[in-house]
Design a protein around this ligand. Sequence first.
Ligand code: AMP
Length: 378
Amino acid sequence: MNPILPGATLGVLGSGQLGRMFAIAARRLGYRVHTFSPDDDTPTGQVADLEVQASYDDLDAVRRFAQSVSVVTFEFENVSSAATAAAAEFAPVRPSGGILHITQHRLREKTFLRDQGFPVTPFEVVNSLDALPRAIAEIGLPAVLKSAGFGYDGKGQALLDENTDLATAYARAGGGECVLEAFVDFDCEFSVVAARGLDGGFAHYGAVENEHDRHILDITTAPASIPAEAAREAIEITRGVLEALQVEGVLCVEFFLENSGRVLINELAPRPHNSGHFTVDACVTSQFEQQLRAICGLPLGCTSLLRPAAMANLLGDLWAQGEPNWAAALALPDVKLHLYGKAAARSGRKMGHLTALAATAGEAAARVRHARALLAPS
Ligand code: AMP
């Protein structure tokens, strides 16, 4: 198959920061980028050649969009199968709509992983409040009740223990179809971002450690300080997942490391991931360039880490007292600032991130925390 070469136009469904960083990588390589979403003046649209504003359910608009590009990829996961199928009539969709269909729904994803023999947290399906006690009897307490579809960053989740009122918890998880998961008493959370090319080639960025705050990624440190055996196992699991799903593109596997040393998959994201943002400043090839190479049928790039690094998310909360003190953080020479061009700084909204480079991962994490603390206006 002929590769899609520089000069061609690439289509992105979705228009957030992931699309923006993809578009920046694509433009650097001499490609054009079109983006499609219901919004305008978006993070991706601001740097794309064309911003199409239409509903994902407007299948004719999706078809017209696909006709204008050489390949369609996505940065937003909750695009319907009808929309990806409409796009696929006119351009290859990479990764495929089938992968999106599995990974956008927690229950389908967990069932797929379990059936393929990958290690996942024990879970039970809960279709009604009445079904919850039986699921609890199977899984035990504490447990986490999650909506089966369309949840992210901890939205639609409830922690259950002996004292929890089940009706309140079920409502908090969104009601409807849910998954009850055993609560994992983990040592740490980590992830592996990897890519699979059209020729089946595989490249990964190693295991990186993730700390969450209010269920939202807060700090990523690369490399992860986990036992080498756990990292090796996670990388092999990631390779297996990309192979099983026949991914053409980038996919992130998020893991729990249990106290026992066992590695469990938490969830998948079939695209570049927040925990891979450090690759822009710290790796030979960023996760966004890697996605481009994979979907265009080009050779995958070198993933080597140039220096240990850490990334800190900048949420809208940082703006609560006024404009952050950018100059203070930028005065630190090994700290890089990324802002996504979002006008409204809402609480919990990802507005940008900082990446710090240092001689060790621990130093990088300390440096990025320090830099972020300097941002808060005094
Ligand atoms: P999720 O949206 O499922 O990735 O959940 C967001 C965060 O909630 C995770 O990154 C964990 O910090 C926490 N969490 C989710 N599921 C579990 C679980 N089964 N056991 C312990 N913590 C969990």
